[in-house]
Design a protein around this ligand. Structure first.
Ligand code: TRH
Length: 386
């Protein structure tokens, strides 16, 4: 008997860009990984192609349908309302509970083989996550069940998103000194600056950037801080004494501050790999800093009633690649402590501790790898539901 060729699994990922770049940043990474590593036919529905283009310049914001890096990208517009059962993918994923169109849900219920339906949840190190991971939520009127799937830092969660070959890619890049030098030159970092201690800076506008810059000016070690255009613009402009545009730089005391372009996502990874310390924010850059294997300071997305401080402390509690001092700086950076006058001392000690913290980062990376990667874990869980 002739064997039927195996059908490719289809998957629809719905993403609403609430603000900034994390929503599309995470979904784009996830979509690419599913397509490349799991041979899934992915359609990424996204409502904001302009933000998408910022992290992926191949995106044409005027094209409602386009295929980029093997992923079908569909501009999700309000008028998307009518679907048939044939339009429905085998697996349907809502990013951060973004409410997929009611017409799509109705057609999901009419599909002969019901699709598997997941809510891709936000990342938190808090303990309750383990209890909610993979919980089912039956639809009130259709015979459909949605499952909550959480990324996380333990083996009772979905783990962190990471590509199979990421650490090999990183090691190959860093081992090729010419490639690293040409990467830095391409983004405007001079040969002399490349020899200095390099820090990348990505944070929300309310971060106490001025205090940090002032501490670095008094540092014993000369350092170069690379800030993508559009980040901490007000403080950067005031430090530079000129517009914070790509190419602008100024040196005061031990610190040189340089504005670099906002990079395509894969180049941003390279920046994190090649810098000695990374200041990151939100969710995606925070995770990528962990896979960069370098010391980092996290600026957490602010929430009402300082709920984000609870999340920050939950992470710092779990995170093993830290010292007392790095902990303190993370709390100061997020204004979770009142000890604002310790900037100079804390940042000086941190610079001394860098080699030690960098070593511990490798241990953390191995620990996180043991939990498996988010995409594979989700597909494994999906397989148990069929
Ligand atoms: O941009 P973020 O603050 O994103 C968010 C959003 O606020 C979102 O609503 C919230 O849900 C989420 O955080 C928790 O920070 P994040 O998550 O780090 O995303 C930034 C993305 O931008 C990430 O994919 C990396 C990418 N990026 C580049 O591609 N090039 C760059 O130069 C920089 C600085 C970032």
């Amino acid at each position: 008997m002739q064997q039927q060729p195996q059908q490719t699994t289809t998957l629809a990922l719905f993403c609403k860009v609430v603000d900034n770049y994390g929503d599309i940043g995470i979904c784009w990474r996830f979509a690419r990984q599913l397509a490349h590593e799991h041979a899934i036919a992915v359609t990424l529905w996204v409502d904001d192609l302009v933000s998408f283009r910022r992290i992926c310049p191949e995106i044409d914001p005027h094209q409602d349908q386009q295929t980029v890096a093997g992923v079908q990208v569909t501009h999700w517009r309000d008028q998307h309302g009518t679907f048939t059962a044939e339009d429905i993918a085998d697996i349907v994923i809502e990013f951060f509970g973004c409410d997929i169109p009611p017409g799509y849900i109705a057609s999901m219920a009419q599909r002969e083989k019901r699709p598997l339906w997941f809510n891709f949840e936000g990342l938190s190190a808090e303990e309750w996550v383990e209890g909610c991971h993979t919980l089912p939520s039956p639809h009130p009127s259709y015979s459909l069940t949605k499952y909550f799937f959480f990324p996380g830092f333990t083996n009772k969660t979905g783990g962190l998103m990471v590509e199979q070959d990421l650490s090999v890619q990183r090691q190959q890049f860093l081992a090729d000194t010419e490639q690293v030098a040409s990467f830095f030159s391409r983004i405007g970092v001079t040969k002399a600056e490349q020899q200095q201690l390099k820090v990348s800076l990505f944070c929300y506008p309310h971060a106490p950037v001025a205090s940090l810059l002032s501490a670095w000016q008094q540092s014993n070690t000369p350092l170069i801080c690379l800030v993508p255009e559009g980040v901490a613009t007000e403080t950067v402009t005031s430090f530079l004494g000129q517009a914070a545009q790509v190419g602008a730089s100024a040196t005061r005391g031990s610190l040189t501050l340089r504005v670099i372009p906002f990079l395509p996502q894969q180049d941003y990874d390279r920046l994190l790999w090649a810098c000695d310390v990374n200041f990151v924010r939100g969710e995606d850059s925070f995770v990528r800093a962990q896979w960069a294997n370098k010391p980092f300071i996290w600026h957490i997305y602010p929430q009402d009633e300082n709920l984000h401080h609870v999340k920050l402390k939950a992470f710092l509690h779990r995170y093993t690649a830290k010292t007392e001092n790095l902990n303190q700086l993370a709390l100061m950076w997020n204004e979770a402590e009142t000890a604002h006058d310790q900037w100079t001392e804390v940042s000086r000690t941190l610079l001394k501790e860098l080699p030690h913290i960098t070593e511990m980062c490798t241990v953390w990376e191995h620990e996180m790898r043991k939990n498996g990667d988010f995409s594979t874990n989700l597909l494994k869980f999906a397989a148990t539901l069929v």
